[in-house]
Design a protein around this ligand. Structure first.
Ligand SMILES: [Zn+2]
Length: 160
């Protein structure tokens, strides 16, 4: 990324944040010290997903979007939540410089975020993704969530 002021090729990044379909970086030229901002589109074509059977396929945002939307169906989540969730995942993958991600890691990243948003959506997604072996393992997951919720309640009342 060349400095627009002096043409120097090195700059340091002071701040990066995810915007729309890309990343905005605030940079400082290492040659002249001028600050400038760049917008970089997240290029998902370079991201490869490694499936369980070791097959590789290009990251398909739409496919992931459909899966998460289904899990979030009729849940009281603000509009744009699912898109934001995927943006966040893309941003994290991009930030860590990964060009490959396993489908299980991708699933975990989704579940991690759904867990914070909505437990029902989380369980729905997890039941498809983790392919719970039996109703017992599904129940175990639901129980641990229920326990978590009951532990969170006293904290909320304390704040009030
Ligand atoms: Zn410069």
């Amino acid at each position: 990324m060349r400095c627009p002021y002096c043409g120097h090729s090195d700059s340091k990044v002071n701040d990066s944040r995810s915007v729309d379909q890309g990343i905005r970086r605030r940079r400082e030229c290492l040659g002249c010290g001028q600050r400038f901002t760049t917008y970089e589109r997240v290029d998902n074509s370079i991201l490869t997903v490694i499936k369980k059977d070791r097959r590789r396929e290009p990251f398909d945002r739409e496919k992931l979007l459909r899966g998460i939307r289904k899990a979030c169906e009729k849940r009281p989540l603000p509009a744009g939540t699912v898109e934001k969730l995927i943006d966040d995942i893309e941003f994290e993958l991009h930030r860590t410089g990964r060009s490959e991600v396993s489908s299980s890691k991708l699933g975990e990243m989704v579940m991690e975020r759904l867990l914070r948003l909505d437990h029902i959506a989380y369980i729905r997604f997890a039941s498809v993704y983790r392919e719970f072996a039996d109703i017992g393992s599904l129940k175990k997951e639901v129980d641990s969530l229920a326990e978590r919720e009951s532990k969170q309640l006293p904290l909320i009342t304390e704040e009030l």
